[in-house]
Design a protein around this ligand. Structure first.
Ligand SMILES: [Zn+2]
Length: 450
């Protein structure tokens, strides 16, 4: 039941165009939509017919949005540490993904979604995997999380040749999945076409996928680009161009394209990103852990390029909390650009409204405004690890620099609670861990890697 609700928090960090912070206000929700943000001064509680939640120790924010994750990799956390990208793919991630069966993939998606919602992320752009992709869609539907996913498309693979399929199979199965799942579950689930990266896709595959997108209004083109020095050198050998210049040459850059990373880019490529309004997902933890480099995000933002955040996969992070990404995205730029770069308010925007804009969902999510979906989180930022003030002047700093997933108390998607008192109402953590261990043991046996 999606009953009428009135939520009364201590304060509302709206992330609306005025960046208002409201106190003594309540948010009214009907059928999963924010229908009113009311001043409580003259509010007649007796006349209100829905459920009233008085949460006046909690701070309300729009749900966080991550524009690059890999649910299929959650099971592999801690199994591929201290490696560089191409080794990491070749020796671990491709073999593991290749050996997913439906059960291990389901557990992986459950682990990922559980961690994401418990740390306040309500919308994702997921890069799926090559086999059994329907399992990820079904789990996203069952969980209530909002977002895009797509079968990972690989028709060339010099790194790990067994993990690929024919161009025809990749294209036809992708098309079928998009037909089944794009705009499913009342439009909450959408298709993000997912050619893995330039090195694992033929030009034909990359181009045909662009053609497919025209049949699926609101879908996205989601891939990796310019992450690692070895990768861009190999792209240059393969296609004779820098990675983003190559994507431009096949008309793959547009406001419907989301490129994860974009670390190693030249001036011409940065200009291409700006001109085409291509979306950049910044994944600072992953970029540091794989030793890939630091993307020049302040430059991108100054040029008006769309930037949002993602945790990437569990084996290259190794957690999926947006709090880590916001904090790191700010901190890693300060030694380069000075302490005023990437301020805390900017980080909250990148994790909310800018993510929504990147996915073309900003008419639905990303801020707390009338008419938007009730994707809301409530943080307890009155804990001992928080600022003692948390007033307008330092509330963003308290969220970005001091808070962690442990500050997330309640989470709602489409007007339905999915986290209550810091615990996911979808999954039992003990079951996830014990079933996850069992599935992982079997997957490792299938893979043959110790
Ligand atoms: Zn990735």
């Amino acid at each position: 039941m999606n009953k009428k609700k009135l939520i009364i928090p201590k304060q509302i960090v709206t992330v609306n165009p005025e960046m208002e912070i409201l106190r003594n206000h309540g948010v009214q929700i009907e059928n999963g939509i924010i229908v009113k943000i009311c001043d409580l001064k003259n509010f007649d509680y007796k006349k209100y017919s829905g459920d009233i939640y008085v949460l006046n120790n909690l701070t309300m924010l729009p749900g966080f949005i991550q524009t690059h994750v890999h649910l299929c990799q959650s099971l592999f956390r801690g199994l591929a540490d201290d490696m560089q990208l191409l080794d990491w793919l070749q020796k671990r991630i491709f073999p593991y993904e290749n050996n997913h069966d439906k059960n291990s993939l389901k557990l992986s998606a459950q682990l990922g979604i559980n961690e994401l919602i418990e740390s306040g992320t309500t919308t994702i752009l997921d890069m799926g995997t090559m086999n059994h992709q329907e399992v990820i869609f079904e789990e996203m539907i069952a969980s209530g999380i909002r977002g895009f996913s797509g079968k990972c498309m690989i028709d060339e693979n010099d790194l790990y040749p067994t993990f690929k399929e024919t161009t025809e199979k990749s294209l036809s199965s992708t098309y079928e999945l998009a037909k089944s799942y794009h705009d499913s579950d009342n439009g909450r689930i959408k298709y993000g076409f997912a050619p893995r990266f330039a090195l694992s896709c033929s030009e034909n595959l990359l181009k045909e996928t662009l053609e497919f997108m025209k049949d699926f209004n609101g879908s996205l083109y989601h891939t990796h680009s310019s992450e690692n020095g070895g990768e861009i050198a190999a792209v240059k050998r393969k296609y004779g161009k820098e990675n983003i210049e190559y994507f431009d040459s096949i008309n793959a850059l547009s406001d419907r394209t989301v490129l994860a990373h974009c670390i190693h880019t030249n001036e011409k490529e940065v200009e291409l990103l700006r001109e085409t309004q291509t979306r950049v997902t910044h994944c600072p933890s992953s970029n540091l852990k794989l030793g890939s480099g630091i993307a020049d995000i302040p430059n991108y933002l100054e040029r008006g390029i769309s930037v949002s955040l993602g945790a990437d996969g569990a084996p290259c992070n190794n957690n999926l909390s947006i709090f880590t990404e916001m904090r790191l995205a700010a901190l890693i730029q300060k030694p380069i650009h000075g302490p005023t770069a990437m301020d805390a308010q900017t980080m909250v925007k990148l994790a909310t409204i800018e993510g929504a804009k990147a996915l073309h969902l900003d008419d639905q999510v990303g801020s707390i405004e009338v008419g938007k979906k009730a994707d809301l989180i409530l943080l307890d930022i009155d804990q001992t690890n928080n600022s003692l003030l948390n007033d307008d002047a330092n509330i963003y700093s308290d969220i970005v620099y001091s808070s962690t997933k442990n500050n997330v108390s309640e989470v709602m998607i489409d007007g339905k609670w999915v986290v209550k008192e810091s615990r996911s109402s979808l999954y039992d953590p003990d079951e996830l861990t014990s079933n996850g261990k069992k599935e992982l043991a079997e997957l490792l046996k299938r893979t043959g890697i110790n």
